[in-house]
Design a protein around this ligand. Sequence first.
Ligand SMILES: Cc1cc2nc3c(=O)[nH]c(=O)nc-3n(C[C@H](O)[C@H](O)[C@H](O)COP(=O)(O)OP(=O)(O)OC[C@H]3O[C@@H](n4cnc5c(N)ncnc54)[C@H](O)[C@@H]3O)c2cc1C
Length: 326
Amino acid sequence: MIDFCVLGSGISGSTIAKLLSKKYSVEIIDKAKGVGGRSSNKKVDGSINFDHGLQYYSFKEPKFGRFLKKLMKMKVLKYWDGNHLDFTFKKKINTPKIIGINGNNDLNKYLLKNIKKNLNQEIINIKFKKTHWEIYGKKNIYKAKNLVISFPFEQTKKLAKKYLTRRLLNLGIKMSPNITLMLRQKGLQNLAISSMKFNNKLISWAANENSKKRFTSKENFWTIQATTNYSKKIINVYKKKKVYFSNLLTKEFSNILNCNYKDFQVFKIHGWKYSSNQISSGTKCYWDSHFKIGLCGDWFIGPKAESAWLSANDLFKKIKKTRLNN
Ligand SMILES: Cc1cc2nc3c(=O)[nH]c(=O)nc-3n(C[C@H](O)[C@H](O)[C@H](O)COP(=O)(O)OP(=O)(O)OC[C@H]3O[C@@H](n4cnc5c(N)ncnc54)[C@H](O)[C@@H]3O)c2cc1C
């Protein structure tokens, strides 16, 4: 039986899995087809790709900065240079923006390189059996001596409620949604924009995928994010009216850019139900040495990838202090 089963291959799950794998046998399970979670990359038309989740890595904590820089040296990550504009359309002096060489899930792929991944496996139940955990997927049942869950708060609560303290369950974390649109703009417009922030009711951010220099094309490819307020309004209904909401957001974007609406083609509209939470939980992670269950994720600390990484590192410290019967 393996020592640790880590549920979720986002940044927190990938980080804790990599750390644990130095000492223990570890497997990852994720419901998605690929690793990355919210740091994901969508390929369309061969080489064209969109970072439709996490836009870029940035850091406040020097240790996360050192980790990112190490991965840049190893050619896993790189700087996203270019023209990053604020909503006045003036160039802003920005903090460095760091992205994956091929896609923003490169970091996860690197961390999980030597770890067994069980993908396409949605977990629907977990049971503690005194000496081990039984983890029920829609297709398979897994067993592990210890369990780590790295899902967003709401999904964690749903799966593990029975085994978590009331204090944790009552944290009242509410993660906001985000609606993301992936667009092609026909005919290369030399707009010289890498990313833009907007002061708009519908759209808050746009990234020009061409500016990441992962592919060349005679057309522009954009990832557009709706504002949190607008995303909250439509997250539960957008699936039924995908064309309507895609067109509405595209029209708004073409108006802001002063471009022809007809030059845009929608690839996909994606809804992140649990995109981020602004409020910290007051703790960095959760470890219960009785049930041998750990939790980590960005939501413990804040809305960024850095929070997910810090949470996983803190959980590792806690696990190291525990005597495990492995
Ligand atoms: C649109 C968007 C833009 C963002 N932009 C930025 C940015 O620019 N900079 C930044 O630092 N951060 C950004 N973030 C936040 C960043 O993506 C997250 O902080 C980080 O990726 C969270 O990682 P995580 O491991 O905690 O969670 P996740 O990445 O959510 O990982 C959880 C994993 O669990 C899996 N899972 C869930 N339920 C189940 C189940 N039942 N069975 C199996 N698997 C399951 C999911 O598939 C997922 O892979 C953005 C997020 C979004 C959505």
